[in-house]
Each structure stands twice: as C-alpha cells, then as structure tokens.
Design a protein around this ligand. Structure first.
Ligand code: SF4
Length: 257
C-alpha cells in the first residue's frame, strides 16, 4: 500500500518523515503564499531526508486550482485579490481550499493508500481537519508509537532538522495568516520587509465597496500605517521580535506543523 505523509514543514511532520519516511511520499500543499523561509525549509528537509533514507523518500508539492469569480487561480494571494476577502479564524477557506482540497484530490486517484498525520502523543483529544476518503487509511503514528512533541524535537535536533523559523512565523506559513499576532506582523516589518509590503498591497486592493477601511486584523491599524509606526520604532527594543521561541499550535495540522 502506498504511504503518504501530510508534510507541513513543522516539527511533527518532519519527525514523521524521519521515522516513517523510508519508501514513503511526503506531500506539501503549497498555498502559493507561503513565506520564502518556508520554501527554503521544504527544500532543506527534502534534501536531508532523501539522503537519510538512501534515496528511498520523495517529497512532492501540490498546488490548488480554485475558481474565483469565474477564473481559476492557484494561489491564496490571487484568490484573496479576486475575492477581496481575507481568510479569518471564522472563515478559514485558506486551509479548506488550499491545503485540504488539493491533498484530497491527489489522494483520490492514488488507490488504496495510507496517510500519516502528525498529531503527537500529547494531543489525544485533538482531531485533524482533513477530508475522509474511502480509499485512504488515516493514521496517527506518533500517537500509536507514543512520541510526544518533546520526543519529536529531540529527534530532529539530533539530525539538525529542528525548524528554526523566524519570529514572524510562530503561527502560519502564509504571509498573511489570520492567526499571526500583531507582534509577528511587527517582526515582518523589520525582518521580512518585502513580504509585509505584499500584505500591505493586498490589503489596499481589498478596499473596494467597503464603507470603512478593511483591515487584516481588526485590532491593528491599516497595514500601511502599521508599517510606518513599526519603522519609526526601529530604535526601540526589538529583542522580542528576534526571538522566535517555540512555534505555536494555532494553525492546525496542515499548516506549519
Ligand atoms: S498558514 Fe494560516 S493562512 Fe496559511 S493555510 Fe494555514 S491557517 Fe491559512
């Protein structure tokens, strides 16, 4: 039976590739709007794991094809641009359309197969937000084998594969993830200026037909003002932004785990 691993670039999914990846295919669903650092990480992990598994490991990247106002788009950015609507905690179309649907479409044509999902042994009360296909056996090998998050981190540290994402990627591999905190957007101003500028442009283009200024986060200023405020804060204490610390869980099993 074919074995697939839901790969997001984060701790658990990388640990699964290490533990169960020989002969398997890891699948990364690319929203097309991921941070540059995420793409670098995927390439790095792929190269390392192909070597570790003696060439018997594959990592594939899938892109969605989604209709937005009558036109097919293959990136979350293009979708937001056409629909003039950002994903949010309440309407998380980014995950359903750009992470889960492409994976389901791919697996449907793969026959009898298993999909390994990266919930760890600390998370027995949590469920993955994936589709349920009759031809796919969904498995949680980290839970089956008792690997906690700390076990996964230890394993990755031994191999030099622990994610070391910048401070602005504590939540969300995508540049305008609704789960990012204000502090993370501030970190983007200082550490990823080209990416925060893309977010600003997208927010400004999403203003048509809206009575009041539409913000990515309602408790933040408009992105253009926020960027300026943060730039003026250049000589303030930036330490918190440079300390990525432990990544958070808020994005879900397909984003950044
Ligand atoms: S990282 Fe954030 S924006 Fe990207 S798919 Fe996941 S929840 Fe959505």
């Amino acid at each position: 039976m074919k074995r697939f691993i839901a790969f997001s670039g984060g701790v658990e999914s990388t640990a699964m590739c290490l533990l169960y990846g020989k002969g398997a295919t890891a699948v990364f669903t690319d929203t097309g709007s991921e941070h540059a650092e995420m793409y670098r990480r995927i390439n790095r992990v792929e190269n390392a794991l192909v070597e570790i598994h003696g060439g018997d490991f594959r990592l594939i990247r899938l892109r969605a094809s989604v209709t937005a106002k009558g036109e097919k788009v293959d990136s979350l950015t293009d979708y937001v641009d056409r629909m003039q609507f950002f994903p949010s905690g309440a309407d998380r179309f980014c995950t359903s359309r750009f992470k889960i649907a492409p994976l389901d479409n791919f697996l449907k044509s793969e026959g009898e197969s298993e999909l390994l999902i990266g919930l760890n042994a600390d998370e027995t009360d949590r469920e993955g937000n994936y589709g349920l296909l009759a031809n796919v056996h969904y498995r949680y090998p980290l839970q089956e084998d008792g690997y906690t998050r700390q076990d996964c981190i230890d394993l990755l540290e031994q191999r030099g594969l622990k994610p070391d994402f910048p401070a602005y990627m504590r939540r969300g591999g995508c540049i305008f993830c609704p789960f990012k905190s204000k502090k993370e957007y501030a970190a983007m101003v200082h550490l990823a200026p080209e990416e925060i500028d893309l977010v600003r442009i997208l927010e400004e283009k999403a203003q048509d037909k809206r009575g009041k200024y539409y913000r990515i986060r309602h408790n933040m200023p408009a992105m253009k003002d926020f960027i300026q405020i943060e730039k003026n804060n250049l000589f303030g204490d930036l330490t918190p932004y440079y300390d990525a610390g432990e990544e958070q869980y808020s994005c879900g099993v397909f984003c950044h785990r």
